[in-house]
Design a protein. Structure first.
Length: 327
């Protein structure tokens, strides 16, 4: 068991003392942002509180089948009167894509390195494999029973944020919490099917089209992928369907870094970078005005695609060999 940290006690006190809450998380939400928000929302509702969840973008389609997800308010401003805003999974308030949250008493709960401590209460734990692990601790400290619905959202968040129990961020505590979720009635096979086996055919065909055009550098260590509007339309998919595609090359043993160019408009590309182990792609993204984590980052670049691809492959080659990122 963990000891209850002073931040958790502060949060519990703040939640008990207030009645109306607005919850938010980062734009383009993922499993952890959705699961953390809804686990918190259901826990507060169990205490008789009023809760509104506001996100700038809708949840990925497979997550729409989870309880409460269709009821999330999609908006870019936090309209209404609330006693506090609970922000999860965000390094700063801007990451929400929702304006007006700063009007309220802000409670900031996050596990991303570089959190700016923007709240009146800040609880940051880089050791948590998912933000929902932190939400679990809050729910327990609130003495709210772990309902199947709350447990489902916590488990969903951990499953997705660990890359299906794949990343080095996991701890024994992660599995303690998952065990508690299963004892609360979560069916892990069913959650996995809902998350991973509920995509549309257009997504699979788009994956095929993009992977078919994948380029591998001469060393066999770097994969370069791209997608444009035309390919997407032809496959019957959407840009949202490319979520996770950049990770696919890393399933090959020798490939240790992957870069994915997504055409925005004309010569402008959204670039996603992924790597294995100690290879730091965050430094590369930062050199181009972007950011993220060591193994997952992104930036936006403008230029001719083949030149951008050559440049980024060279940067990745440097990162693999431990040379610093340089423009
Ligand atoms: Mn997370």
């Amino acid at each position: 068991m963990t000891t209850t940290s002073p931040e958790i006690l502060q949060i519990v006190e703040a939640l008990c003392a207030r009645r109306r809450f607005v919850l938010s998380s980062h734009s383009r939400p993922d499993g952890d942002s959705i699961g953390s928000q809804l686990a918190m929302a259901y826990a507060l509702q169990a205490m008789g509180k009023e809760v509104t969840v506001v996100n700038a973008d809708p949840a990925p389609p497979p997550l729409m089948a989870f309880p409460g997800v269709p009821e999330i308010r999609i908006a870019t401003s936090a309209d209404g009167d609330f006693d506090a805003a609970i922000i999860m999974e965000c390094g700063d308030l801007k990451r929400t894509g929702v304006t007006g949250l700063e009007r309220f008493f802000v409670i900031n709960i996050d596990h991303h390195p570089g959190n700016t401590g923007f709240g009146q209460i800040n609880w940051f734990n880089a050791g948590a494999a998912a933000c929902a692990e932190m939400v679990y601790e809050v729910v327990r400290a609130l003495d709210v029973p772990l309902s199947k619905t709350i447990a489902t959202h916590i488990y969903l968040a951990i499953l997705t944020d660990t890359g299906s129990f794949h990343y080095s961020s996991m701890s024994a505590r992660t599995f303690d919490i998952c065990r508690e979720c299963l004892e609360a009635g979560v069916d892990p096979a069913q959650v996995a099917r809902m998350v991973f086996d509920s995509n549309n055919l257009g997504r699979l065909k788009l994956f095929g089209a993009v992977l078919n055009l994948m380029q591998i550098d001469p060393s066999g260590r770097i994969a370069t992928l791209h997608v444009d509007h035309e390919m997407t339309l032809a496959a019957g998919g959407t840009y949202e369907d490319t979520e996770g595609l950049v990770n696919m090359p890393l399933t090959v043993k020798n490939i240790v870094a992957s870069v994915f160019f997504k055409q925005e408009q004309g010569n402008e590309y959204r670039v996603s970078l992924r790597s294995k182990g100690d290879i730091d792609v965050n430094a590369i993204a930062k050199a181009y005005g972007g950011g993220g984590h060591k193994n997952a980052s992104g930036c936006t670049l403008t230029g001719a695609l083949d030149e951008l691809q050559t440049t980024l492959a060279r940067q990745l080659d440097g990162a693999i060999d431990g040379r610093p990122a340089r423009r």
